[in-house]
Structures are given as structure tokens and as C-alpha cells.
Design a protein around this ligand. Structure first.
Ligand code: GLN
Length: 467
């Protein structure tokens, strides 16, 4: 029987749920109640007037706090933006709202999206709703945790080296990173501009398809956004996967891969075989250079992007500086956390004269080789399947003092960011303690349709779309 409810009552219900359930998880940093109620009332008025409702009418969503929201505090998880109220909206957020979605609030994340566990947030960590002693992954930890906890129906995250897919894997939800350029970055607080992507985190593959269709497409405000037609992904999803070739890279099932993750991913691959896919072993020979390449390029770009936080234009300003240069120094010293400082120092070093050729230029060359690995592979196969992360969610504090081991959490995800290809993480099983495990599907540039279809074949669960 059809149940009648209003967008306003749904929003109230969600805020009640957040009040009750978010305390122990801490996925939300800021609630945008006024904005949410205004939008809900708009939807209710449209419904009452019998107008056609847009595709996401009344869907309660959360936005990672690296996307600016007009009139709603946006911190990037950093103390340096503690009181920053942006004067405009990120394009992806504006498109969600135009499609009827209701923005409940801003999601906790690692400071400036730097991290793999959400422990780098200046506002305290997020806990994994499936096991609160564990991390939700990062840096879009709040975005993944809220979807898993049911305190948002869908969220937006950002992915520079894995930050949508890895937390999706840790929390047992779907996380989609579109092709570079597919979704406008206008209003996304920059971490590493040539690697940053906005994408959805959802409960189902179909929900991810609908979210992507809404946010994708050319935006005159971002010159890197591509003028490539956006298909109705959710309709494409209903086409069966018939006969595609799926590559499984030899380099991704090696050392360091947790045996239970391996078993779950093999199980997912078996499902693809049953669905009629041909499984082909492939090689991506430069994979071993991906993490060092990523950490040179990402930190170099970050060091330039973060130069704007100087206490002059916006955000935090140190109170007790006597000279201009002391003000810059103190503002940045007091405003940035330890990991952000580490990255600025690494990036500044890699870009400094005398080292530029040895590190930055070299890394750019290896980036080209990594992209060629994929080009080569996609001549033979239509999609590539890998684990999303080498382990399930680890415990809070387990890697916090060991940045190198933390960096390895992204070993399977950074290559796609470096090559600019799309990727999704879809739940494919659990380990013996019930922790979720994600399988990653990668595809050709702008072929999110295939990526989604292959993911759906793995996901294929009785759970229906929540839209
Ligand atoms: N964990 C990676 C990092 O710390 C990726 C972050 C991201 O994708 N935003 O840089």
C-alpha cells in the first residue's frame, strides 16, 4: 500500500535519527536545518500543486565538508576554516538540490581530504557504524558512515587517491568515482587538482547511477569539466552484462592482501563468470610505482593549493602576531594539522628548484606509464576487477602513528585517480567478524555505464533502490 508522507516530515524524521544515531558515529560536522526545511517545503508545495517532481525529490543527502555550501559552514575538516561560511554553492551540490534532493548537513572528513581513516579530522574521528572500534576509512569517512548508518540516504564524497571507494569498502556501501572531468569540481575545496573527483556514496548501485546522472556534465565554471553527453545510467543498468571481458590484474592479488578479502573478491569474480563475463588475467606492470608517484604529485599540488590559507582572505587568523610574516606563519602553524603540514613540506620539497626534475617531473612521467598500463589493458578487456582495499576496516589508532602503512591502504585505488579512469567499490562479502569487504570495478574513460553494470552484477542483492 502506498504510504503518504511529506518531504518536511521525512526531513524531521532524519534529523531525529541523526540526533539519536550520530552521537557515537560522528559522521556529521554541521547540520543545515534551515536550508533543508526550505527545500522540503518547496518540494511539498510542488507535490501539493500536482507538479511533476524532479528525480531526487525529497531524498535526504549529506555533503562531504570539502564542498562549499552557500550560507552553511564548510570546514574541509580543518581548524583553519572553522568559521568559514561560503558565499556560493559547489556545482554538484546545486545540481542535487535542483533535482529535489535535501541537504541535511556536512559530513566529517580527513583534513583537506588527506587520509585513509578519518582520524585526521580536526573535529575528531568518525567511527565505523558496523563496528565502532574501527575506522570508517577515509577521507570521505563521514559520507560512507552516514549511508551505512542510515542517517542519510546518499552522500557526496571526493576521491583523490581512493577516498570514495576505500571508505565505501570499509562501511559496506557503494562508492563511485567518475572519470576525471565527468563531474565539475567548481566549489570543491582543492587538494590535488589533477586528481580530485566528486562522486556519490549510496546503498545500491542504482542509487549511485541516479546520483551520477544528476551531478555529471559540462559546467562552464570548471574548464576541466568535459563536454561529453551524460547517459541515463540507471536505464543502462537494466541492460544485462552479456559477454564483457573482465581483466584481473596479476599485480593486485599479491603480498599484503588479506586472505579473507581475497576470498570475498574471488567470490565476486565467480558471480561475474556466472553472469556470462569472460575473466582474463592481465598485467599492469607499473603498479608498484603508483603509491610513490601519487605521493609526489598529490603533495606537490596540495602545497600550491593550500598556499591560499594565510589568514588574510578567509578562515582562521592567528591573534597574537605582530608582523605580517609572523601572522602568516602563526596562522598556518595553528590552523593546519600534522598530516597537512607533512604534505605541504613534502610537496614544497618536491617542487623546489634542483629537485623538481628529480621528483615532480619524474613522477609525471611515471604517471603516464601507469595510464598506458590501463590503455593497454583496455584494448583486451572492457572492465577490470580488483579488491578495493587490502584489508577490511582497521581499528582506530592502529595506523595513526605510521603514515607509510596508512598510505598503503590506497594501494589498489590510487592508480585509477592517476589515470583519470572511473571506478566503483561495491560490497562483495564480509570477513569472519562480519566486517564488509568491497570489490573494485574500473573502466575506460567516460564508460561509467559498463562500470555500473558490472558492479550491479556483483551486487545483485534483493535490496531495492531506495529512491
Ligand atoms: N588516502 C589518500 C591520501 O591520504 C587519498 C585521499 C583522497 O582520496 N582524498 O591522500
Amino acid at each position: 500500500m502506498a504510504k503518504e508522507f511529506t518531504a518536511s516530515s521525512l526531513v524531521e524524521e532524519f534529523y531525529k535519527r541523526i540526533q539519536l544515531d550520530d552521537q557515537g558515529v560522528h559522521a556529521y560536522l554541521t547540520l543545515s536545518e534551515d536550508r533543508a526545511m526550505q527545500q522540503a517545503e518547496r518540494i511539498d508545495r510542488m507535490a501539493a500543486a500536482g507538479e511533476a517532481l524532479p528525480p531526487l525529490a525529497g531524498v535526504p543527502v549529506g555533503i562531504k565538508d570539502v564542498m562549499v555550501t552557500k550560507g552553511v559552514r564548510t570546514t574541509a575538516g580543518s581548524k583553519i576554516l572553522e568559521n568559514f561560511i561560503p558565499p556560493y554553492d559547489c556545482t554538484a551540490v546545486a545540481r542535487l538540490e535542483a533535482a529535489g534532493a535535501i541537504v541535511l548537513g556536512k559530513m566529517n572528513c580527513d583534513e583537506f581530504a588527506m587520509g585513509s581513516s578519518n582520524e585526521n579530522s580536526a573535529y575528531g574521528p568518525v567511527r565505523n557504524p558496523r563496528d565502532r572500534s574501527r575506522v570508517p576509512g577515509g577521507s570521505s569517512g563521514g559520507s560512507a558512515a552516514a549511508v551505512a548508518a542510515g542517517t542519510a540516504v546518499a552522500t557526496l564524497g571526493s576521491d583523490t587517491g581512493g577516498s570514495i571507494r576505500q571508505p565505501a569498502s570499509f562501511c559496506g556501501v557503494v562508492g563511485l568515482m567518475p572519470t576525471y572531468g565527468r563531474v565539475s569540481r567548481y566549489g570543491l575545496i582543492a587538494f590535488a587538482s589533477s586528481l580530485d573527483h566528486i562522486g556519490p556514496l549510496t546503498r545500491t548501485v542504482k542509487d549511485a547511477a541516479i546520483m551520477l546522472r544528476v551531478i555529471a556534465g559540462r559546467d562552464p565554471m570548471d574548464s576541466t569539466s568535459a563536454d561529453v553527453p551524460v547517459p541515463a545510467y540507471e536505464v543502462e543498468l537494466t541492460r544485462a552484462v552479456r559477454g564483457p571481458k573482465i581483466g584481473v590484474p596479476r599485480e593486485y592479488v599479491g603480498e599484503g592482501l588479506d586472505p579473507e578479502v581475497r576470498a570475498a573478491v574471488e567470490n565476486g569474480i565467480a558471480k561475474l563468470r556466472e553472469a556470462g563475463c569472460e575473466i582474463v588475467p592481465i598485467s599492469l606492470p607499473h603498479t608498484k610505482y603508483a603509491i610513490p608517484t601519487y605521493y609526489v604529485i598529490a603533495t606537490a599540488e596540495a602545497s600550491a593549493n593550500l598556499a591560499r590559507y594565510d589568514g588574510v582572505r578567509y578562515g582562521y587568523r592567528s591573534k597574537d602576531a605582530r608582523t605580517l610574516s609572523a601572522m602568516y606563519r602563526k596562522t598556518r602553524d595553528e590552523g593546519f594539522g600534522a598530516e597537512v603540514k607533512r604534505r605541504i613540506m613534502l610537496g614544497t620539497y618536491a617542487l623546489s628548484s634542483g629537485y623538481y626534475d628529480a621528483y615532480y617531473l619524474k613522477a609525471q612521467r611515471v604517471r603516464t606509464l601507469l595510464a598506458r598500463d590501463f590503455e593497454e589493458a583496455f584494448r583486451k578487456v572492457d572492465a577490470i576487477v580488483t579488491p578495493t582495499a587490502p584489508t577490511p576496516a582497521f581499528r582506530l589508532g592502529e595506523k595513526a602513528d605510521d603514515p607509510l602503512s596508512m598510505y598503503l591502504a590506497d594501494i589498489y585505488t590510487v592508480t585509477a585517480d592517476l589515470a583519470g579512469i572511473p571506478g566503483i567499490s561495491v560490497p562483495c562479502g564480509q570477513n569472519s567478524s562480519g566486517l564488509p569487504i568491497g570489490l573494485q570495478v574500473l573502466g575506460r574513460h567516460f564508460d561509467e555505464g559498463t562500470v555500473l553494470r558490472v558492479a550491479e552484477a556483483v551486487f545483485r542483492s534483493p535490496e531495492r533502490s531506495t529512491f
